[in-house]
Design a protein. Structure first.
Length: 322
């Protein structure tokens, strides 16, 4: 008698190319609504799951794992995995994978887009046009800040941080960075990048761009003290994770002019946003679009599927976390 195919549960909508790869590896059940999967529906499916493909909005904790006694792998369709209790998974013998590499360029592009939008006041300009408010060109109308010869401070010099640095160099920016360790000498030379302490980076950068993972150590890394350390003319860009920034402290700093502006793709309590941020003109807000290109989302789903297929075959995982 043939054994039944392995059961693969996908907790949300992913690109069809990833689903097709999963179907070639097992019996797929996919929650295809844009609404979050109800806990009772999820748990009923987890009871039969050999593999689960999760999104960053899924919390994989002891309760999740207890509902999935057969589970062997959690493939997260994201580079970050702070939504997953990796220690709990490891204790149960459950593998965890993520999707690094394939989203680097899209996220770096979005960071540069936010940087340009906030320094050149593009959001304000578009709102002015759309409001129907009368306007005419003038020498001092909506003056922004140029980037040439300005310092970009990058917090977290992994692949995304390096990609942002490369793009910023094309704009003539000087690069400083803070990281747990120095990048290799060739990369530093290619990017013209200088390793500095976090306080020095905050105090001397014209733009601070966050690309660090979210951990206990980076929770509220940019808090009221950090914001006071920044220049009043400086801008903050966050395409990492929302809770790296103390959102209430940032709102107050933007309101008081402690810093000049911010561009945010991620928020501390998504999808909720600190209400004061919504009323400020010196912040550009976008709804977690860092990886939101057709090509990147397909590549992320495909990589998650390849991880599942490798696990089910007993092959090495392409991008293991634990």
């Amino acid at each position: 008698m043939n054994n039944p195919p392995p059961r693969i549960v996908v907790t949300g909508r992913i690109p069809e190319s990833g689903v097709e790869l999963l179907r070639a590896a097992g019996d797929v059940w996919n929650w295809t609504s844009d609404d979050p999967i109800p806990a009772d529906v999820r748990d009923a499916q987890l009871g039969h799951a050999d593999a689960v493909v999760t999104l960053l909005s899924d919390r994989v904790d002891d309760q999740f794992l207890a509902a999935a006694p057969r589970l062997g792998i959690v493939a997260n369709v994201a580079v970050g995995y702070n939504n997953i209790d990796v220690e709990a998974c490891t204790a149960r013998g459950v593998r965890v994978t993520n999707t690094p590499g394939v989203l680097t360029d899209a996220t770096a592009d979005l960071a540069m887009g936010l940087l340009l939008a906030v320094t050149r006041r593009l959001g304000e300009g578009e709102r002015l046009i759309r409001s129907g408010t009368p306007w005419k060109w003038g020498m001092f109308m909506m003056l922004g800040t140029g980037l040439h010869r300005r310092r970009l401070g990058i917090v977290g010099m992994g692949s995304i941080g390096q990609a942002v640095a490369s793009r910023a160099r094309a704009f003539g920016m000087e690069i400083a960075y803070h990281n747990r360790s120095a990048v290799d000498a060739e990369t530093e030379q290619r990017l013209g990048a200088k390793l500095v302490s976090l306080d020095e980076l905050l105090a001397t950068s014209d733009v601070v761009s966050l690309h660090c993972p979210y951990t206990e150590d980076t929770h509220h890394l940019v808090d009221a003290r950090a914001l006071l350390t920044m220049r009043p003319s400086a801008f903050l860009i966050n395409t990492a994770r929302g809770a790296v920034v103390d959102e209430a402290a940032l709102a107050e700093a933007l309101h008081k002019g402690t810093i000049a502006g911010a561009g945010l793709d991620v928020f501390e309590n998504e999808p909720d946003i600190h209400p004061e941020l919504l009323s400020l003109d010196n912040v550009v807000l976008v709804p977690h679009l860092g990886t939101a290109t057709v090509e990147t989302r397909a590549a992320m789903a495909d990589l998650a599927a390849h991880n599942v297929a490798a696990h089910l075959k007993g092959d090495p995982l392409p991008t293991p976390v634990n």
